[in-house]
Design a protein around this ligand. Structure first.
Ligand code: ADP
Length: 251
């Protein structure tokens, strides 16, 4: 038996190493693309071959946008590594869900209204869960900004929370983020929580996505002893449901 356990450990270590080097390869690839764009366009400008002011400006805009993208990528990669190495323990406090979503809405309403997307928030007052407030904000900020990004003009995004009882002590809250967006093809559903996985690379790139958002979300939900699942239909929309242990309701 001892020998078996040892073999199991070795396989685990090998698997971890393989995952690690795959991650490093992915990261390098993801970083190389924007760097190549920055270098290429800067080179062209430096060579002095572009006289047209408008073209020059558009090249500079690309350099700026790709720089921005690099910044987001590195931010997300650092975030992920911080979460994984558990260097940032959660600070549990009672969090009022309505207040949390109000503060997220403040940031996202302008983004949504630019695309004429209606935001609905159906969260009751006095609903508290126990968790790390910043991390919870990060979870739902990510889900809601995805919902806005992957929904066309005139669509709707809705947040709801519902309490479920599983036995007397196992009270949970189900928080769902639903959109009337483009949806996710069935074959991609099992993979969207993987790092760097994107359904449509081109579209995600233009929306500024890094492909890391949902893997960060999943990690943070699991750190809170919760689960996340997704249901989606192409052309109809998606629903992400987060299940979290609750603290108490004061009503
Ligand atoms: P990204 O930075 O590309 O948005 P995420 O990890 O947040 O990366 O999401 C992974 C992929 O899942 C996205 O590229 C997109 O294809 C798909 N996706 C995420 N949320 C939605 C949604 N609400 N509607 C449709 N597709 C989505």
């Amino acid at each position: 038996r001892g020998m078996l356990f040892l073999l199991q450990d070795v396989t685990d270590i090998r698997r971890l190493e393989a995952m690690r080097s795959e991650f490093v390869a992915n990261v390098s690839h993801e970083l190389k693309t924007p760097i190549a764009a920055v270098k290429g366009f800067a080179e062209t400008l430096l060579a002095g071959g572009v006289d047209d002011e408008e073209t020059k400006r558009s090249f500079l805009q690309i350099i700026y946008d790709e720089g921005d993208r690099l910044n987001r990528l590195i931010g997300d990669i650092l975030e992920l590594s911080k979460i994984e190495s558990k260097r940032a323990p959660l600070e549990y406090v009672p969090v009022n869900l309505k207040e949390l979503f109000d503060s997220i809405n403040e940031v996202l309403l302008p983004v949504a209204s630019k695309k004429s997307i209606q935001m609905h928030q159906g969260i009751k007052e006095h609903l508290y869960i126990e968790g790390d407030e910043d991390r919870l904000r990060q979870i739902f900020m990510n889900l809601l900004s995805n919902a806005i990004s992957y929904t066309l003009e005139g669509g709707r995004v809705k947040v709801e929370a519902e309490i479920v009882n599983i036995g007397e002590e196992d009270e949970k809250v189900l928080i769902s983020v639903k959109d009337t967006g483009m949806g996710i093809p069935k074959k991609d559903l099992p993979r969207i929580f993987e790092r760097f996985y994107r359904v449509d690379k081109a579209r995600s790139r233009s929306s500024g996505g890094t492909g890391l958002g949902l893997s960060i979300v999943k990690h943070l939900v699991e750190l809170h002893h919760g689960t996340i699942r997704v249901e989606s239909k192409v052309g109809e929309g998606s629903a992400f449901t987060v299940e979290l242990p609750i603290m108490h309701t004061l009503d």
